[in-house]
Design a protein around this ligand. Structure first.
Ligand code: SF4
Length: 327
């Protein structure tokens, strides 16, 4: 195996001091045994990281996997709000995130103080928040939802109950379309899902007329209207496995294609093009995690996710409500 280039000064130093072993896969496997750890990886992680994981999934699926396992340590290969979600559900376990800077543009677009003020201005509204938000925002919410269950959850709320939906305006708009509910939307968005170009998508479809376009509901409405199927990351994965089609244009973070290709090796997956010529359909926050940082986090038992207990308990309630409503 090859070491990828370390991204921080600290890592540079450690590599030059030979404190990072050459066979990282073996070193991580050894540490996993020593720590009695479980490694959870999101579908948007680099293929190398997906391949060392015990579980690969979306943020909620991973946190639930953590609840059901016997490990003492959870190594979360994803972004900060996801590791926080794992900690909310697993308060007695050490939760490690290899790079604490692995944040999220969508979570950042909803600062807690501004959101608390917005909520206070609409005291009769119930707050439904997409799981892609910080623990502080979860703590200010009545119910959490995922992209897979958002429509079903909103459909269970009495019609005369006004709703604030946060933080993703694109998912919110999609839910409004599907449910016919008039919700008040927080104006947040994900930089990755907003970058897709409608014009380039149409061109790509013209050169692959047999391909199905599959998209995540965090994308903008002008992109979603071209989709043959819209679903959560897990929903998209299931769709391509069941479909008779041989080609798919995938309009979400391109990391998910690794699992699609593994599950359906004979099918062709084409990442949808972003607006510019960059690799902007890769989440820059997700890509901050590397094998080297996973090794160091496990060796040092740090960086660890720490939550104020009152925030954790307040954030747990709307998550439990979601699980009850999804049962
Ligand atoms: S893909 Fe978007 S929503 Fe997901 S972690 Fe990256 S910035 Fe956040």
């Amino acid at each position: 195996m090859f070491l990828t280039a370390p991204k921080t000064e600290q890592l540079d130093r450690q590599v030059s001091q030979n404190s990072i072993p050459r066979d990282l896969f073996k070193a991580i496997a050894d540490l996993k045994k020593d720590l009695n750890a479980v490694i959870l990886a999101h579908y948007y992680q680099d293929p190398d990281l997906q391949d060392i994981a015990d579980y690969i999934g979306d943020s909620l699926g991973l946190s639930q996997a953590a609840v059901n396992c016997q490990a003492d340590v959870i190594v979360f290969l994803g972004v900060h709000f996801m590791a926080e979600t794992a900690k909310i559900l697993n308060p007695n376990r050490l939760v490690l995130l290899p790079d604490l800077d692995a944040g999220c543009s969508l979570a950042d677009s909803c600062p807690p103080a501004r959101f608390a003020k917005f909520k206070a201005e609409h005291p009769d509204h119930m707050v439904i928040s997409y799981i892609n938000c910080s623990a502080d925002i979860k703590a200010l919410s009545d119910i959490i939802c995922t992209s897979a269950n958002a429509v079903a959850i909103v459909n269970q709320i009495p019609k005369d109950q006004p709703i604030i939906f946060a933080p993703d305006r694109n998912l919110g708009r999609y839910v409004i379309e599907q449910t016919g509910r008039d919700m008040l939307l927080w104006d947040g968005a994900c930089i990755v899902h907003e970058i897709f170009s409608e014009r380039k998508l149409i061109q790509l479809k013209l050169s692959h007329p047999e391909a199905d376009i599959i998209a995540h509901p965090e994308c903008e409405a002008n992109v979603l209207r071209h989709a043959d199927f819209i679903g959560s990351t897990t929903g998209l994965l299931k769709y391509v496995q069941k479909s008779d089609r041989q080609e798919f244009i995938v309009v979400t973070e391109s990391g998910v294609i690794h699992q699609m290709q593994k599950a359906s090796p004979s099918k062709k997956f084409i990442p949808a093009p972003p607006n510019s010529n960059c690799a902007c359909n890769e989440c820059p926050y997700m890509r901050l995690n590397t094998l080297e940082k996973v090794y160091l986090a496990m060796k040092n038992r740090s960086p660890e996710i720490v939550l104020d207990e009152s925030i954790r308990q307040a954030a747990l309630k709307p998550m439990q409500r979601m699980l009850e409503m999804s049962a």
